[in-house]
Design a protein around this ligand. Structure first.
Ligand code: SF4
Length: 329
């Protein structure tokens, strides 16, 4: 069964998806385009989600005092050492809520990134309550080649003449009780509707989930897989909850640590396997863990283990257990 997956993997990795669909690995370059978030600027609230310190989630090269093209150039340089074979890149609008503006401003930013000669698409990270039909229809037209005529005509890239567009929603949890507790400012149904409209318009849709939010049990997270399977998502990202210094969640954690799941690194890998076994095989797995730089956290319970090592452990463990994504479906 696992031979179905690319790269000799036992799960449907997103890197493999890009290789299968576009013939090569595509590297995302994180951008900060100067957005804010309605949960921070007062439209919904000022404090933000209780776990959030955006600085902890994006690399040094992406700061909004630089133009988008400069951030892209520096991102390419940064990644050249790690992935020397990457030739084409996706501009990843990651910091804060990247659809939280009027359409004219969004168009300017997205089309500016797409005008960079090494960029073959954009990934837009946002909240599900920061999109509307007009913005999504524009993105859909963009992905169908209706907006940028003659775009990158000379690009040596798998006969691509239209940009790859993905919208990535922070869903975080399928449980309203959790969303309320982390001060998310929207409910799960808002995420369901945004994902459905986006997928109906033919766009790739990603969902971001945090594992270990306060009050959630392992069983709740396993049960969540059926809900995730029912959504028209192209890909998912899982992050273990990392308690960032100075956040409301840190205070909560110090006061009531028993309300948080804690995983050792091997225990986490085994838990990821339990999740994978329950996820539909066509769902791409983009990430299994997050990497907040050590200076942002008080504790590093897994030491300084990198994602790439976790993925190696996962591959080995899946093989050892003779398991694979979707095994229990
Ligand atoms: S929606 Fe995103 S940027 Fe806004 S507070 Fe929550 S995690 Fe932070």
């Amino acid at each position: 069964m696992h031979e179905l997956f690319a790269n000799n993997k036992r799960y449907n990795s997103f890197v493999g998806y890009y290789k299968r669909v576009y013939g090569e690995r595509l590297q995302k370059l994180v951008l900060d385009a100067g957005f804010t978030c309605p949960n921070r600027d007062g439209r919904l609230g000022y404090g933000g989600c209780t776990f959030c310190d955006n600085a902890a989630f994006h690399p040094n090269y992406s700061t909004n005092d630089k133009s988008l093209h400069k951030q892209i150039d520096e991102g390419i340089e940064f990644h050249r050492i790690r992935y020397p074979r990457a030739k084409h890149y996706l501009a990843y609008f990651q910091a804060y809520s990247n659809t939280y503006s009027d359409l004219a401003h969004l168009r300017e930013l997205y089309e500016n990134a797409l005008s960079h000669p090494n960029i073959v698409g954009i990934v837009i990270g946002t909240r599900p309550d920061c999109v509307d039909k007009e913005k999504l229809e524009y993105l859909s037209d963009l992905s169908k080649g209706k907006i940028l005529k003659d775009w990158h005509r000379d690009l040596q890239f798998q006969s691509l003449d239209k940009p790859i567009i993905t919208v990535e929603y922070g869903v975080e949890s399928c449980y309203d009780k959790t969303l309320l507790r982390i001060n998310r400012g929207h409910d799960f149904q808002t995420a369901v509707e945004a994902i459905k409209i986006t997928a109906d318009l033919g766009l790739d849709v990603g969902g971001h989930f945090i594992l270990g939010l306060p009050g959630e049990t392992k069983q709740m997270l396993l049960d969540q897989c059926a809900v995730i399977n029912s959504l028209p998502l192209t890909s998912v990202k899982f992050h273990q909850l990392q308690i960032v210094k100075g956040t409301v969640m840190q205070k909560e954690y110090k006061a009531n640590p028993e309300e948080f799941l804690s995983f050792g690194s091997m225990e986490y890998i085994d838990f990821i396997i339990e999740l994978l076994e329950r996820l539909r095989p066509d769902l791409c797995i983009e990430r299994i863990a997050g990497e907040v730089p050590p200076r942002f956290v008080e504790e590093t319970p897994w030491g300084l283990i990198r994602n790439v090592q976790l993925i190696q452990l996962l591959d080995k463990r899946l093989k050892g257990k003779n398991s694979f994504q979707g095994r229990l479906l």
